[in-house]
Design a protein around this ligand. Structure first.
Ligand SMILES: NC(=O)c1ccc[n+]([C@@H]2O[C@H](COP(=O)([O-])OP(=O)(O)OC[C@H]3O[C@@H](n4cnc5c(N)ncnc54)[C@H](O)[C@@H]3O)[C@@H](O)[C@H]2O)c1
Length: 444
């Protein structure tokens, strides 16, 4: 099938590469010329395991191409995927300017039937806006061309994006007619072999499903962080509590890890956007507001512990920081807790020596030549002459470090663990002062 994908970011690129891999003829369109130039050279602008190989193979097989030519994109695909960003606007709403710009392009250039498939995360009612935009341009052009709009939200996880796309837990198709249902079913057949994962529903429910999923996951995290803060003050250990509650199958072990807050390009913006949608219709979504507030507070917790340990004297101190990305296996630093920590440390005159297995270029891009940020070549390099270690992202490489070496490098053997990676007893035995999240008997 012929497919056009607007937006070559995490979602667009993975969608394009995976759809090409199963035999489709895919053209990816982006307005960012540098990004397209990079992709045409077979280089991948983001870190995503397995993606580079998939992209190169499919470029070479002639099934995957990239362009900035919007008209060519509209001419190419029966399916016109929208996979552009929907960043938060100042008021917390989802900014739809990129989605509607694509709709405008489709309306301007289409000459025959098109199925517009919205993969971006968009508020309920966006499909109607997209439809209206395209129709109003067709009306201005004075022509009648049929088109359909489908909501097909994406659930891939950065770091496991290809696996998630190839073997999805669900494929949500929000549509208002059987014609598009059948065409989308056919498109997704290769990803639906082992059992039926396709859920067909009305468009509004499909749009809301994506927000509901992210809001639920964010709620689980904020719930555990709330409990962790309580455990800490009550002299209990949240890790024991986690194991205790996870054993109940109605609760389960997934996604109940306490930490230093959720980040990334999705949870923060989607929780906010859903809250905004609620306010717009006059509904007070108290739970969503609390999830957001708790998370914002949690992103300050590591700094507070560091500040308290050093009794407010952080000026001139150097903190080694392990992990910049918002989670492991990605270089994405959007809304990452590492940023809150570094910025708070800089504000009080401390400096940071950081290492991340994938996000060093991203940190360089964001913080340019900040003199208070030294980007180091290894976890060990980040420790040299540092006053303390803070662990912010749970990359595997940080899970079982050589504690003797850490102790020898730090001027003060203290670890602030934002992901509860280590055994408090072991660290105490090794002579560390160890602060974790919600482990009341070991941390302040
Ligand atoms: N990143 C994720 O893990 C993830 C997962 C599921 C859903 N989503 C959703 O998918 C959408 C895309 O997210 P992303 O992380 O891939 O975004 P991204 O910022 O990585 O990429 C978006 C791309 O769209 C391009 N673009 C903007 N306007 C354009 C236009 N008019 N025509 C063509 N290209 C245009 C940008 O240049 C950019 O390359 C968002 O709505 C997001 O919420 C993201």
């Amino acid at each position: 099938m012929k497919i056009t994908i607007f937006g070559s970011g995490y979602v667009g690129l993975v969608t394009g590469a995976c759809l090409a891999e199963v035999g489709n003829d895919v053209l990816c369109v982006d307005i960012d010329e540098r990004k397209i130039d990079t992709l045409l050279k077979g280089e991948i602008p983001i870190y995503e395991p397995g993606l580079q190989k998939l992209v190169i193979n499919n470029i070479q097989s002639g099934r995957l191409a990239f362009t900035t030519d919007i008209a060519a994109g509209v001419a190419h695909g029966l399916f016109q995927f929208i996979a552009v960003g929907t960043p938060p606007d100042e008021d917390g709403s989802a900014d739809l300017q990129h989605v509607l710009a694509v709709a405008q392009s489709i309306g301007t250039h289409m000459e025959s039937y098109r199925i517009v498939v919205d993969k971006s995360t968009v508020p309920v009612g966006t499909a109607d806006k997209v439809r209206h935009k395209i129709q109003s341009i067709l009306d201005k052009r004075g022509i009648e061309i049929e088109f359909d709009v489908v909501a097909n939200p994406e659930f891939l996880k950065e770091g496991a994006a290809i696996e998630d796309f190839m073997k999805p837990e669900r494929i949500i198709i929000g549509t208002d007619n059987p014609r598009t249902t059948e065409l989308l079913r056919a498109l997704y057949t290769p990803f639906n072999r082992n059992h039926d994962r396709i859920f067909v529903m009305d468009i509004r429910s499909a749009e809301l499903t994506k927000y509901a999923a992210n809001a639920m996951l964010a709620t689980k995290i904020s719930f555990m962080n709330e409990l962790a803060n309580l455990a800490e003050r009550l002299g209990a250990d949240i890790e024991q509590v986690r194991i205790g509650i996870g054993s109940d199958p109605r609760i389960g072990y997934h996604f109940i890890y306490p930490g230093c807050g959720y980040g990334g390009s999705c949870f923060p913006k989607d929780v906010q956007a859903l809250g905004y949608t609620a306010r717009q219709i006059g509904y007070q979504a108290d739970l969503l507001e609390a999830v957001k507030t708790i998370n914002n507070r949690q992103k300050e917790v590591l700094f507070d512990k560091i500040n308290r340990h050093f009794k407010g004297n952080l000026k001139g101190k150097t903190i080694a920081l392990w992990g910049l990305a918002f989670k492991p296996n990605t270089d994405d630093m959007r809304e990452a807790p590492s940023r809150n920590l570094m910025e708070a440390l800089w504000k009080v005159g401390a400096s940071v020596q950081a290492f991340d297995p994938a996000a060093m270029d991203e940190a360089r891009r964001i913080y340019d030549n900040n003199p208070n940020l030294k980007l180091c070549t290894s976890p060990g390099d980040a420790l040299v002459k540092a006053d303390a270690l803070a662990v912010v992202t749970e990359w595997n490489v940080f899970r079982s470090p050589d504690f003797a070496k850490i102790k020898a490098s730090l001027t003060d053997p203290v670890i602030f663990d934002g992901r509860n990676l280590y055994d408090p007893q072991q660290l105490t035995r090794e002579g560390f002062t160890y602060y974790a999240i919600g482990r009341g008997h070991v941390s302040i």
